[in-house]
Design a protein around this ligand. Sequence first.
Ligand code: AGP
Length: 364
Amino acid sequence: ASYDMGGHDTYMHKEISEQPDAVDRVLRGRIDDRFSTVHLGGLNLDPREARGIRRVKILGCGTSYHAGLIGAGLIEGMARIPADAEPASEFRYRNPVVDPDTLYIAVSQSGETYDVLAAVQELKRKGARVLGVVNVVGSAIAREADGGVYVHAGPEVCVVSTKCFTNTVVAFALLAVHLGRIRDLSVTDGKRIIEGLRKLPAQIQEILEGEEDIKKLAAEYAEAKSMMFIGRVRGYPVALEASLKLKEISYIHAEAYPASELKHGPLALIEPSLPTVAIVPDDDLLEKNRAALEEIKARSGRILAVAHREQEKADHTIVVPKNEDELDPILMGIPLQLLAYHTALAMGRDIDKPRNLAKSVTVE
Ligand code: AGP
Protein backbone atom coordinates (compact mmCIF):
# COMPACT_ATOMS: atom_id res chain seq x y z
CA ALA A 1 0.00 0.00 0.00
CA SER A 2 1.18 3.52 -0.52
CA TYR A 3 -0.29 6.45 1.32
CA ASP A 4 0.82 10.05 1.40
CA MET A 5 3.49 10.70 4.03
CA GLY A 6 1.92 14.08 4.71
CA GLY A 7 5.20 15.95 5.14
CA HIS A 8 6.84 13.33 7.38
CA ASP A 9 10.11 11.64 6.40
CA THR A 10 8.92 8.19 7.38
CA TYR A 11 5.63 6.41 7.87
CA MET A 12 6.69 5.64 11.41
CA HIS A 13 6.95 9.31 12.25
CA LYS A 14 3.66 10.03 10.54
CA GLU A 15 1.94 7.22 12.43
CA ILE A 16 3.39 8.27 15.79
CA SER A 17 2.13 11.81 15.13
CA GLU A 18 -1.35 10.59 14.21
CA GLN A 19 -2.00 9.11 17.64
CA PRO A 20 -4.11 11.93 19.11
CA ASP A 21 -6.54 11.64 16.17
CA ALA A 22 -6.40 7.86 16.16
CA VAL A 23 -7.32 7.66 19.86
CA ASP A 24 -10.11 10.12 19.27
CA ARG A 25 -11.45 7.75 16.59
CA VAL A 26 -11.45 4.62 18.72
CA LEU A 27 -13.41 6.46 21.43
CA ARG A 28 -15.90 8.14 19.13
CA GLY A 29 -19.54 7.08 19.46
CA ARG A 30 -18.79 4.45 22.09
CA ILE A 31 -19.13 6.30 25.38
CA ASP A 32 -22.46 6.39 27.19
CA ASP A 33 -22.37 9.14 29.81
CA ARG A 34 -25.85 8.41 31.09
CA PHE A 35 -24.81 5.02 32.47
CA SER A 36 -21.07 5.74 32.68
CA THR A 37 -20.41 2.82 30.38
CA VAL A 38 -19.23 1.95 26.90
CA HIS A 39 -21.17 0.47 24.00
CA LEU A 40 -19.38 -1.78 21.57
CA GLY A 41 -21.66 -2.55 18.66
CA GLY A 42 -19.86 -5.56 17.23
CA LEU A 43 -19.29 -7.48 20.44
CA ASN A 44 -22.17 -9.96 20.13
CA LEU A 45 -22.17 -10.62 23.84
CA ASP A 46 -25.31 -9.96 25.86
CA PRO A 47 -25.09 -8.94 29.54
CA ARG A 48 -26.07 -12.39 30.77
CA GLU A 49 -23.31 -13.99 28.71
CA ALA A 50 -20.88 -11.31 29.91
CA ARG A 51 -21.70 -12.25 33.51
CA GLY A 52 -21.03 -15.91 32.81
CA ILE A 53 -17.41 -15.41 31.74
CA ARG A 54 -15.04 -17.07 34.23
CA ARG A 55 -11.73 -16.25 32.57
CA VAL A 56 -10.33 -14.14 29.75
CA LYS A 57 -7.47 -15.39 27.60
CA ILE A 58 -5.90 -12.94 25.17
CA LEU A 59 -3.84 -14.14 22.21
CA GLY A 60 -1.63 -12.17 19.83
CA CYS A 61 1.91 -11.89 18.53
CA GLY A 62 4.64 -9.27 18.96
CA THR A 63 3.30 -5.82 19.65
CA SER A 64 -0.29 -7.08 19.63
CA TYR A 65 0.65 -9.56 22.37
CA HIS A 66 2.09 -6.70 24.41
CA ALA A 67 -1.12 -4.70 23.95
CA GLY A 68 -2.95 -7.84 25.08
CA LEU A 69 -0.88 -7.99 28.28
CA ILE A 70 -2.00 -4.47 29.16
CA GLY A 71 -5.53 -5.43 28.10
CA ALA A 72 -5.52 -8.40 30.48
CA GLY A 73 -4.56 -6.11 33.34
CA LEU A 74 -7.33 -3.67 32.44
CA ILE A 75 -9.98 -6.39 32.24
CA GLU A 76 -8.88 -8.11 35.42
CA GLY A 77 -8.65 -4.79 37.26
CA MET A 78 -11.94 -3.29 36.14
CA ALA A 79 -14.18 -6.30 35.47
CA ARG A 80 -12.57 -8.52 38.14
CA ILE A 81 -12.36 -11.47 35.74
CA PRO A 82 -9.09 -13.42 35.90
CA ALA A 83 -7.34 -12.52 32.64
CA ASP A 84 -4.02 -13.19 30.99
CA ALA A 85 -2.32 -12.91 27.63
CA GLU A 86 -0.13 -15.40 25.81
CA PRO A 87 1.66 -15.35 22.45
CA ALA A 88 -0.76 -17.00 20.01
CA SER A 89 2.22 -18.76 18.45
CA GLU A 90 2.90 -20.60 21.74
CA PHE A 91 -0.72 -21.23 22.65
CA ARG A 92 -1.51 -23.11 19.46
CA TYR A 93 1.28 -25.64 19.93
CA ARG A 94 0.71 -26.61 23.55
CA ASN A 95 -2.64 -28.39 23.31
CA PRO A 96 -4.32 -25.91 25.68
CA VAL A 97 -7.38 -26.79 27.74
CA VAL A 98 -10.25 -25.03 26.00
CA ASP A 99 -12.86 -24.06 28.51
CA PRO A 100 -16.44 -23.07 27.58
CA ASP A 101 -16.59 -20.36 30.28
CA THR A 102 -13.43 -18.63 29.05
CA LEU A 103 -13.70 -15.69 26.69
CA TYR A 104 -10.87 -15.83 24.15
CA ILE A 105 -9.73 -12.61 22.52
CA ALA A 106 -7.52 -12.56 19.43
CA VAL A 107 -5.53 -9.34 18.90
CA SER A 108 -4.09 -8.35 15.55
CA GLN A 109 -3.35 -5.16 13.64
CA SER A 110 -3.46 -6.82 10.22
CA GLY A 111 -6.03 -9.46 11.10
CA GLU A 112 -3.96 -11.82 8.93
CA THR A 113 -1.17 -13.09 11.21
CA TYR A 114 -1.13 -16.82 10.60
CA ASP A 115 -0.28 -17.91 14.16
CA VAL A 116 -3.21 -15.89 15.50
CA LEU A 117 -5.61 -17.07 12.80
CA ALA A 118 -4.62 -20.70 13.38
CA ALA A 119 -5.20 -20.30 17.14
CA VAL A 120 -8.65 -18.79 16.45
CA GLN A 121 -9.57 -21.61 14.09
CA GLU A 122 -8.45 -24.27 16.56
CA LEU A 123 -10.47 -22.56 19.33
CA LYS A 124 -13.57 -22.30 17.17
CA ARG A 125 -13.28 -25.93 16.16
CA LYS A 126 -13.34 -26.78 19.87
CA GLY A 127 -16.47 -24.70 20.44
CA ALA A 128 -14.90 -21.70 22.20
CA ARG A 129 -16.21 -18.16 21.98
CA VAL A 130 -13.61 -15.92 20.35
CA LEU A 131 -13.67 -12.15 19.99
CA GLY A 132 -11.31 -10.12 17.83
CA VAL A 133 -9.56 -6.86 18.68
CA VAL A 134 -8.46 -6.05 15.16
CA ASN A 135 -7.48 -3.00 13.11
CA VAL A 136 -8.09 -4.06 9.51
CA VAL A 137 -11.82 -4.24 8.84
CA GLY A 138 -13.00 -7.45 7.19
CA SER A 139 -9.62 -9.20 7.65
CA ALA A 140 -9.39 -12.98 8.12
CA ILE A 141 -9.31 -12.87 11.95
CA ALA A 142 -12.18 -10.35 12.07
CA ARG A 143 -14.26 -12.64 9.86
CA GLU A 144 -13.41 -15.77 11.81
CA ALA A 145 -14.24 -14.26 15.24
CA ASP A 146 -17.72 -14.34 16.82
CA GLY A 147 -17.60 -10.59 17.33
CA GLY A 148 -15.17 -7.98 18.50
CA VAL A 149 -13.92 -4.45 18.67
CA TYR A 150 -12.39 -2.60 15.76
CA VAL A 151 -9.40 -0.56 16.77
CA HIS A 152 -9.82 2.19 14.13
CA ALA A 153 -6.14 3.20 14.08
CA GLY A 154 -6.36 3.77 10.32
CA PRO A 155 -3.87 2.26 7.86
CA GLU A 156 -0.50 1.45 9.42
CA VAL A 157 2.23 1.19 6.79
CA CYS A 158 5.46 1.15 8.79
CA VAL A 159 6.54 -2.42 9.58
CA VAL A 160 6.74 -1.54 13.26
CA SER A 161 3.47 -0.87 14.98
CA THR A 162 2.96 2.35 16.95
CA LYS A 163 -0.46 3.95 16.63
CA CYS A 164 -2.16 0.57 16.40
CA PHE A 165 -0.55 -0.50 19.69
CA THR A 166 -1.90 2.61 21.42
CA ASN A 167 -5.36 2.25 19.90
CA THR A 168 -5.50 -1.45 20.76
CA VAL A 169 -4.82 -0.68 24.41
CA VAL A 170 -7.52 2.01 24.35
CA ALA A 171 -9.91 -0.52 22.77
CA PHE A 172 -9.13 -2.89 25.66
CA ALA A 173 -9.84 -0.10 28.15
CA LEU A 174 -13.25 0.37 26.47
CA LEU A 175 -13.92 -3.36 26.64
CA ALA A 176 -12.85 -3.42 30.31
CA VAL A 177 -15.27 -0.61 31.17
CA HIS A 178 -18.03 -2.36 29.22
CA LEU A 179 -17.50 -5.69 30.99
CA GLY A 180 -16.80 -3.98 34.29
CA ARG A 181 -20.04 -2.00 34.29
CA ILE A 182 -21.99 -5.22 33.70
CA ARG A 183 -20.13 -6.83 36.61
CA ASP A 184 -18.24 -5.08 39.40
CA LEU A 185 -17.22 -1.59 38.29
CA SER A 186 -19.11 1.20 40.11
CA VAL A 187 -20.74 4.14 38.34
CA THR A 188 -18.13 6.43 39.89
CA ASP A 189 -15.22 4.33 38.71
CA GLY A 190 -16.79 3.96 35.27
CA LYS A 191 -17.07 7.74 35.10
CA ARG A 192 -13.52 8.22 36.34
CA ILE A 193 -12.08 5.97 33.62
CA ILE A 194 -14.25 7.54 30.91
CA GLU A 195 -13.02 10.99 31.89
CA GLY A 196 -9.47 9.68 31.80
CA LEU A 197 -9.99 8.24 28.33
CA ARG A 198 -11.26 11.57 27.07
CA LYS A 199 -8.07 13.29 28.26
CA LEU A 200 -5.80 10.97 26.30
CA PRO A 201 -5.68 12.74 22.89
CA ALA A 202 -4.58 16.08 24.37
CA GLN A 203 -2.10 14.39 26.70
CA ILE A 204 -0.60 12.42 23.81
CA GLN A 205 -0.27 15.69 21.91
CA GLU A 206 1.58 17.18 24.87
CA ILE A 207 4.05 14.26 24.87
CA LEU A 208 4.61 14.60 21.12
CA GLU A 209 5.48 18.26 21.62
CA GLY A 210 8.46 17.14 23.71
CA GLU A 211 10.01 15.40 20.70
CA GLU A 212 13.07 17.67 20.50
CA ASP A 213 14.14 16.76 24.05
CA ILE A 214 13.64 13.06 23.37
CA LYS A 215 15.74 13.41 20.22
CA LYS A 216 18.62 14.80 22.31
CA LEU A 217 18.34 11.88 24.72
CA ALA A 218 18.32 9.42 21.80
CA ALA A 219 21.65 10.83 20.60
CA GLU A 220 23.15 9.95 24.00
CA TYR A 221 21.75 6.46 24.17
CA ALA A 222 22.43 5.57 20.50
CA GLU A 223 25.97 4.62 21.56
CA ALA A 224 24.77 1.80 23.78
CA LYS A 225 25.43 -1.77 22.65
CA SER A 226 22.56 -3.03 24.73
CA MET A 227 19.76 -1.58 26.83
CA MET A 228 17.64 -2.80 29.72
CA PHE A 229 13.95 -1.88 30.09
CA ILE A 230 12.17 -2.34 33.39
CA GLY A 231 8.65 -1.84 34.66
CA ARG A 232 6.40 -3.31 37.31
CA VAL A 233 2.90 -4.74 36.87
CA ARG A 234 1.26 -2.17 34.53
CA GLY A 235 4.66 -0.85 33.55
CA TYR A 236 6.12 -4.21 32.53
CA PRO A 237 4.29 -4.57 29.19
CA VAL A 238 5.30 -0.96 28.44
CA ALA A 239 8.92 -2.02 28.99
CA LEU A 240 8.46 -5.09 26.77
CA GLU A 241 6.98 -3.04 23.96
CA ALA A 242 9.60 -0.29 24.19
CA SER A 243 12.40 -2.85 24.06
CA LEU A 244 10.83 -4.56 21.04
CA LYS A 245 10.53 -1.20 19.25
CA LEU A 246 14.20 -0.40 19.88
CA LYS A 247 15.36 -3.86 18.71
CA GLU A 248 13.25 -3.80 15.56
CA ILE A 249 14.41 -0.49 14.13
CA SER A 250 17.81 0.26 15.68
CA TYR A 251 19.10 -3.36 15.98
CA ILE A 252 20.42 -2.47 19.44
CA HIS A 253 20.04 -5.44 21.73
CA ALA A 254 17.45 -4.73 24.38
CA GLU A 255 15.70 -6.75 27.00
CA ALA A 256 12.78 -6.09 29.22
CA TYR A 257 12.41 -7.36 32.77
CA PRO A 258 9.88 -6.84 35.53
CA ALA A 259 11.62 -4.41 37.92
CA SER A 260 10.95 -6.89 40.72
CA GLU A 261 12.99 -9.60 38.95
CA LEU A 262 16.20 -7.54 38.68
CA LYS A 263 17.58 -8.92 41.91
CA HIS A 264 16.93 -12.47 40.74
CA GLY A 265 19.56 -12.27 38.03
CA PRO A 266 19.79 -9.40 35.55
CA LEU A 267 21.28 -7.06 38.16
CA ALA A 268 24.54 -8.89 37.37
CA LEU A 269 24.55 -7.15 33.98
CA ILE A 270 24.30 -3.62 35.36
CA GLU A 271 27.39 -1.45 34.85
CA PRO A 272 27.97 1.98 33.25
CA SER A 273 27.82 0.73 29.64
CA LEU A 274 24.34 -0.85 30.01
CA PRO A 275 21.73 1.90 30.36
CA THR A 276 18.31 1.16 31.85
CA VAL A 277 15.02 2.69 30.81
CA ALA A 278 12.68 2.56 33.80
CA ILE A 279 8.91 3.02 33.80
CA VAL A 280 8.12 4.86 37.05
CA PRO A 281 4.48 5.90 37.31
CA ASP A 282 3.16 7.88 40.27
CA ASP A 283 0.98 5.06 41.57
CA ASP A 284 0.89 2.66 44.52
CA LEU A 285 4.15 1.08 43.33
CA LEU A 286 6.19 4.28 43.14
CA GLU A 287 8.33 3.52 46.20
CA LYS A 288 9.04 -0.01 44.97
CA ASN A 289 10.13 1.35 41.61
CA ARG A 290 12.32 3.97 43.25
CA ALA A 291 14.03 1.21 45.21
CA ALA A 292 14.87 -0.50 41.90
CA LEU A 293 16.41 2.75 40.62
CA GLU A 294 18.58 2.85 43.74
CA GLU A 295 19.78 -0.71 43.15
CA ILE A 296 20.81 0.23 39.63
CA LYS A 297 22.48 3.46 40.71
CA ALA A 298 24.45 1.59 43.38
CA ARG A 299 25.99 -0.43 40.48
CA SER A 300 26.79 2.76 38.53
CA GLY A 301 24.11 2.03 35.93
CA ARG A 302 22.81 4.91 33.84
CA ILE A 303 19.05 5.44 34.11
CA LEU A 304 16.50 7.09 31.87
CA ALA A 305 13.18 7.24 33.71
CA VAL A 306 9.74 7.75 32.21
CA ALA A 307 7.78 9.20 35.10
CA HIS A 308 5.22 11.72 36.25
CA ARG A 309 7.87 13.83 37.96
CA GLU A 310 11.65 14.19 37.93
CA GLN A 311 13.37 11.14 39.48
CA GLU A 312 16.51 12.15 41.32
CA LYS A 313 18.10 8.71 41.06
CA ALA A 314 17.78 8.84 37.28
CA ASP A 315 20.29 10.51 34.98
CA HIS A 316 17.40 11.75 32.83
CA THR A 317 13.65 11.79 33.31
CA ILE A 318 11.04 12.08 30.59
CA VAL A 319 8.07 13.58 32.42
CA VAL A 320 4.68 12.56 31.02
CA PRO A 321 1.23 13.86 32.01
CA LYS A 322 -0.63 11.88 34.69
CA ASN A 323 -3.92 10.16 33.92
CA GLU A 324 -5.86 7.60 35.96
CA ASP A 325 -3.45 4.88 37.20
CA GLU A 326 -5.11 2.29 34.95
CA LEU A 327 -4.54 4.38 31.82
CA ASP A 328 -0.97 5.52 32.55
CA PRO A 329 0.64 2.72 30.49
CA ILE A 330 -0.96 4.17 27.35
CA LEU A 331 0.87 7.46 27.79
CA MET A 332 4.16 6.08 29.09
CA GLY A 333 4.80 4.07 25.92
CA ILE A 334 4.61 7.07 23.62
CA PRO A 335 7.90 8.88 24.42
CA LEU A 336 9.64 5.51 24.04
CA GLN A 337 8.33 5.17 20.48
CA LEU A 338 10.05 8.49 19.80
CA LEU A 339 13.18 7.37 21.63
CA ALA A 340 13.43 4.24 19.45
CA TYR A 341 12.69 6.31 16.36
CA HIS A 342 15.38 8.93 16.98
CA THR A 343 17.92 6.33 18.07
CA ALA A 344 17.41 4.43 14.81
CA LEU A 345 17.47 7.66 12.81
CA ALA A 346 20.76 8.72 14.42
CA MET A 347 22.16 5.33 13.41
CA GLY A 348 20.98 5.72 9.82
CA ARG A 349 18.62 2.73 9.86
CA ASP A 350 15.88 2.05 7.32
CA ILE A 351 13.09 2.78 9.77
CA ASP A 352 10.00 1.86 7.77
CA LYS A 353 11.51 -1.38 6.49
CA PRO A 354 13.77 -2.96 9.09
CA ARG A 355 15.87 -5.90 7.92
CA ASN A 356 14.41 -9.42 8.15
CA LEU A 357 10.89 -8.27 9.05
CA ALA A 358 7.55 -8.15 7.22
CA LYS A 359 4.48 -6.09 8.13
CA SER A 360 2.33 -9.13 8.53
CA VAL A 361 3.53 -12.65 9.02
CA THR A 362 0.98 -14.67 7.07
CA VAL A 363 3.03 -17.87 7.00
CA GLU A 364 3.94 -20.31 9.72
C1 AGP B 1 5.39 -4.79 15.57
O1 AGP B 1 6.23 -3.70 15.64
C2 AGP B 1 5.90 -5.97 14.88
N1 AGP B 1 6.42 -5.72 13.58
C3 AGP B 1 5.21 -7.31 15.08
O2 AGP B 1 5.59 -7.75 16.35
C4 AGP B 1 3.68 -7.40 14.95
O3 AGP B 1 3.09 -6.71 16.00
C5 AGP B 1 3.24 -8.87 14.94
O4 AGP B 1 3.80 -9.53 13.84
C6 AGP B 1 1.73 -9.04 14.95
O5 AGP B 1 1.12 -8.47 13.84
P1 AGP B 1 -0.44 -8.22 13.80
O6 AGP B 1 -0.78 -7.26 14.88
O7 AGP B 1 -0.72 -7.68 12.43
O8 AGP B 1 -1.10 -9.56 14.04
